[in-house]
Design a protein around this ligand. Structure first.
Ligand SMILES: [Zn+2]
Length: 344
């Protein structure tokens, strides 16, 4: 069974490479395609008209690559690999009516992690144990990104997790692990995080951009492990450059600076400090953090879960000063983000 799956994965890889139209020198496909070649149909939805895709056959596998529905609704049917079909004994599976319009991608989130291990240990743990990720960004400054799990399958990277009312994000996410030491505890007990080299950031940027484009992943669904499990996890940590990911690759969330500053100007720092211990105000910002996406239960008291959630928020949106306490600037950033990416 394992061998069969490996063969399928290899075939998929071979096909997805051979159907790329960007190569200047067309290469001979490794296996002869049995039926006529896929025509270059632009993936444009045609209102009121369904364009039937041409299904390619290669060995025992079927493939198609065309958009037949409304891409704006994450409701298209572009296939990026083989069509997995049953083999019912004694029967033929017909694709005469394939594909139905009513379908979408299961991949709705991207979750970034650091491994907190060196390269070799990361590979061993992520391939031989009960944790895994779809992709691994290693410790070499080269042109390689490692894939460990098929994008259509679940990888085990997020564990107990929550974002915007959705639990168990392994079901619907693509997990990316980055080889990085994580943090060590400094002399006074504070966490000292390790930076990401530029080339590692570039690999993450190119990979996330491709995933966002192919699966039409919403900006608010490009997340860190600490976003979806803030009471347990700190990765990818305050040194991961989320702002640059937003500015240079156009993916993920960032707030509008002017909107944030206008919220800052509306508040008086001293008054803010006075009201920051008021249970009504604590309940209010806890509700806002929950609305933004965190799995936090508003309690009206600045409990441990609340502090860890604020810290996770600061790691991501105000990494230079992660205190775990709500302050004027953190509150202004939260308001600006909620304006731009309204939660439920
Ligand atoms: Zn993680």
């Amino acid at each position: 069974m394992r061998n069969t799956l490996s063969l399928i994965a290899l075939s998929v890889f071979a096909v997805s490479c051979s159907t790329q139209k960007t190569s200047a020198t067309p290469q001979k496909p490794p296996i002869q395609v049995e039926e006529k070649k896929e025509t270059a149909v632009k993936a444009e939805p045609v209102p009121g008209k369904i364009v039937k895709p041409q299904i390619q056959h290669q060995g025992d596998l079927d493939f198609f690559k065309i958009n037949i529905a409304d891409a704006a609704k994450n409701d298209n049917t572009i296939s990026h690999g083989s069509i997995v079909s049953a083999k019912a004994a004694g029967y033929k599976i017909s694709k005469e009516y394939f594909p139905a319009v009513g379908q979408n991608f299961r991949q709705r989130y991207i979750i970034l992690h650091y491994t907190a291990l060196d390269h070799d240990k990361s590979v061993r743990v992520l391939t031989e144990q009960s944790v895994s990720s779809h992709y691994l960004i290693g410790d070499q400054n080269d042109k390689i990104i490692h894939q460990l799990v098929d994008e259509n399958k679940r990888a085990y990277h997020s564990g107990l997790s929550h974002w915007r009312g959705v639990e168990n994000l392994n079901d619907s996410s693509v997990g990316i692990e980055i080889v990085n030491t994580g943090f060590t505890n400094g002399a006074t007990g504070q966490r000292e995080f390790y930076p990401y080299p530029e080339w590692q950031f570039r690999k993450v940027g190119a990979l996330v951009k491709d995933l966002v484009d192919r699966y039409m992943i919403l900006p608010e669904n490009v997340l860190g492990h600490s976003d979806v499990a803030p009471t347990r996890k700190q990765d990818p940590g305050p040194l991961f450059p989320w702002k640059r990911l937003y500015e240079e690759y156009g993916v993920g969330m960032w707030y509008d600076q002017q909107v944030m500053e206008s919220y800052m100007n509306q508040m008086d720092a001293e008054n803010f400090y006075m009201q920051s211990t008021d249970p009504t105000f604590i309940f209010k910002y806890q509700t806002m953090l929950k609305q933004f996406g965190y799995g936090l239960n508003p309690s009206g008291s600045e409990d441990s879960d609340t502090k860890k959630t604020i810290e996770a928020f600061q790691y991501r949106f105000r990494p230079e000063k992660a205190t775990g306490s709500m302050d004027v600037e953190t509150y202004a950033i939260l308001q600006a983000l909620l304006d731009k990416y309204p939660g439920k």
